[in-house]
Design a protein around this ligand. Structure first.
Ligand code: GDP
Ligand code: MG
Length: 153
């Protein structure tokens, strides 16, 4: 079984990827300009005998090439959605990218403090390994998210 696992955090802009990673892992190395993550950031969590390395991706469509880069050699992806926005066209494009590359992924529905997305709706669109829900700013849903990631990588 693999002990070093690469997980890419992916999603449209402003869904809460950076907040999620910062609150999950702590301060992480990143390069931001005007609030846009322009470089692939990362940090890792050691859980039991596994080390999970998280890689961030910028959400802006014009940085699609960076998603492509980040997804190379990845073991798993975590797609972050914004519950207040629902599943957007941009999200659907990212889902298409993940499915065409056959990368297993889980979905984290973020911002459940300000909205909701029916899991059924997501399962009608695509086939994630799991769906977890939470609130990145309040650090809610993190234990369940980590448990689900661990049981799928
Ligand atoms: N209400 C709410 N806002 C959030 C949550 N997580 C992040 N945000 C806010 O959403 C905005 C975008 O977050 P950011 O982490 O920069 O998103 P990114 O572009 O996907 O990296 C910021 O203003 C965050 O404070 C959440 O769980 N609930
Ligand atoms: Mg960001």
């Amino acid at each position: 079984m693999k002990k070093e696992i690469k997980v890419v955090v992916i999603g449209s802009s402003d869904v809460g990827k950076t907040t999620l990673m910062e609150n999950l892992i702590g301060k992480i190395g990143k390069v931001e300009h005007n609030g846009i993550t322009t470089a692939i950031d990362y940090g890792s969590l050691k859980i039991d005998d596994k080390k999970i390395h998280f890689f961030g991706t910028p959400g802006q469509k014009r940085f699609e090439f960076m998603r492509e880069l980040a997804l190379r050699g990845t073991d798993f992806a975590l797609l972050v959605l914004d519950a207040s926005k629902g599943v957007t066209e941009e999200d659907k494009e990212i889902i298409k990218m993940l499915e065409s590359k056959k990368i297993p992924y889980g979905v984290f529905i973020n911002k459940v403090d300000v909205g909701e997305i029916d899991a059924e709706k997501i399962y009608n669109l695509c086939s994630p390994e799991f769906i977890a829900k939470g609130c990145a700013i309040k650090k809610e849903g993190f234990d369940e998210l980590i448990n689900k990631i661990i049981s799928h990588v």
